[in-house]
Design a protein around this ligand. Structure first.
Ligand SMILES: Nc1nc2c(ncn2[C@@H]2O[C@H](COP(=O)(O)OP(=O)(O)OP(=O)(O)O)[C@@H](O)[C@H]2O)c(=O)[nH]1
Ligand SMILES: [Mg+2]
Length: 283
């Protein structure tokens, strides 16, 4: 794993030009996928230089939508990848017609990409919204399991957990395991979330009403800390959180995008949340 220390968040996302291409919003005829009925489910995929992965991932997700009759939609939020990720995404959008591609003009961070993707999903009237990495670490075969768990327990947020029984990571180097373990350990202490053992996991499904309840658009983090901020807010609004086991695969293509700014933001958020939690206890 190579860690990129590229600077992010130089400009607020609102101040930048964003292009949204959605073939499904245009007038089309004779396409079965866009005519599917039932609950509308969006999968938000943030991408930054994931061309090779996306080429395999999109057909994999579409296959699951077909096999399980899921009324699914993909929202790809690309931050000006240099490897042509957006071009590939647009080509798939033309073929599958249930894909929206959002092209932002620079790398604004993982959390910022999700915030933008969620806004689009809610605008499109989605009922359930997934977060999923685009680097094949999160396998599409779990998608129906998330939906089944959400329904079975009437949960508001279901997290794909690497650290519960039957969950695991595959091909992760020791250092990566240590970082993830440390992040989860300190997050548990700072936030006191007991409903999942994998607080930093980015494979999740939310009910639309939960995103509205946590006021996702007003959250403060832009990088990887987004995962713990959204989880903490979900706990604070007392929405139901469950976890299912997942096997997380190390990426085969491309590099990790976790940068120094992400780590700083993560630590700062944990510290702030911890102080807030203590002040609530003492009050
Ligand atoms: N749009 C956008 N996507 C991003 C950004 N940073 C990361 N991503 C995407 O978010 C997903 C998760 O990022 P990864 O770099 O895989 O993070 P990770 O899974 O913690 O790290 P690895 O285990 O090394 O893969 C991937 O699909 C990335 O392409 C960003 O600033 N903007
Ligand atoms: Mg990854």
């Amino acid at each position: 794993m190579t860690i990129m220390s590229k600077g992010i968040y130089e400009l607020p996302e609102s101040a930048r030009f964003v292009k949204i291409s959605s073939v499904s919003l245009e007038k089309q005829s004779g396409n079965d996928k866009t005519k599917r009925t039932g609950e509308k489910i969006a999968i938000v995929l943030p991408t930054y230089n994931e061309r090779k992965n996306l080429q395999l991932l999109i057909p994999g997700i579409e296959d699951i939508f077909d096999r399980y009759g899921i009324n699914g939609h993909l929202i790809i939020v690309d931050d000006k990848s240099m490897d042509g990720t957006a071009d590939i995404a647009i080509r798939f959008a033309r073929a599958y017609r249930n894909i929206t591609v959002i092209q932002r003009p620079g790398k604004l961070g993982l959390g910022s990409a999700y915030r933008f993707g969620f806004k689009q999903a809610l605008k499109m009237g989605m009922d359930l919204i997934f977060e999923m990495d685009a680097d094949l670490s999160h396998r599409p075969s779990y998608i129906p399991k998330f939906i089944a768990c959400l329904k079975k327990y009437d949960a508001d947020l279901v997290i794909g957990s690497r650290y519960c029984k039957r969950g695991s990571t595959e091909n992760w180097p020791f250092l990566r395991k240590l970082i993830s373990f440390g992040a989860n350990f300190f997050t548990h202490i700072a936030l006191g979330v007991s409903q999942t053992r994998d607080m930093t996991s980015g494979f999740r499904i939310y009910k639309a009403k939960t995103l509205q309840a946590i006021d996702y658009n007003a959250l403060t983090t832009n990088g990887y800390a987004w995962q713990i901020e959204t989880l903490y807010r979900t706990k604070l609004v007392r929405h139901k959180i469950r976890e299912i086991p997942i096997i997380f695969h190390e990426r085969e293509f491309g590099l990790s995008k976790l940068g120094r700014d992400d780590v700083k933001e993560f630590v700062f958020f944990l510290f702030k949340a911890f102080l807030y939690r203590i002040s609530r206890v003492l009050r």
